[in-house]
Design a protein around this ligand. Sequence first.
Ligand SMILES: N[C@@H](CCC(=O)N[C@@H](CS)C(=O)NCC(=O)O)C(=O)O
Length: 246
Amino acid sequence: MIVYKYGHPEPKVSPDISPFVVKLETWLRMSGIDYETRTGTNRDMPYKKLPVARINGELVPDSSLIIRRLRQLHPQAISDDNLSETNRAVSAALTALFEQHLYFVVLFVRWCVPANFNTYKPLLLDYARRITPGWQQPLLSLLAPVILPMARNKLRRQAWQQGTARHTIEEINAMGIEVWKSAKAILGDKPFLFGDAPNTIDATAFAFLHAEIRYPFLSPIHDYVLSEPALIAYHDRIWKRYWSVA
Ligand SMILES: N[C@@H](CCC(=O)N[C@@H](CS)C(=O)NCC(=O)O)C(=O)O
């Protein structure tokens, strides 16, 4: 099985710039499913997004669709079957909160806050280098001032159309903090969101927490998360158990 991803120049700091890739890879590790990774190019992206997985020769897009497919093939995979009906519903609501709401807050903070976009540029250029191996580095550096603003405009348009970018930065930061307050309340003093063992939602929550903790994108959301020992301990617990052996 192959996972196509964006990557990160220092894999020991973070496996990927995309929380959806980190979610998928964390779920694979929680499930004990072996996989290889490749840098995903446009031709590997049926939905023009990453992650994508190649499963038995077929390209499958979308972290949740990939997980659904892999559950059918791997009986030992994290299935969430042990969750009560209520916790399953909370898990579905949290998934939407992270993936459909917080994602756009993260996108806005990274791409649309000028200082953070400057921090992001080297990570984006690293990915651009890996998908254009034949290119001369000076050519890429020459084109970067054109390519990066184009990518930025595309993402900014997405955030505007979805609605988040129509808010003030104060309102957007408040949205992000609210999400982490909710997650912290559900976590309580448990090791994982629903008890002693991880479920798929822990891979998702970890991935979005990782995007806050391990990346120096500055915002009141970043400050809030770093000021909450329970959230940091939750991240570090999952990192240590599933990633520090990488
Ligand atoms: N629903 C998808 C979302 C994946 C996603 O939004 N990936 C982002 C990176 S975090 C992406 O590839 N964006 C490229 C774009 O929007 O053009 C999943 O769960 O895999």
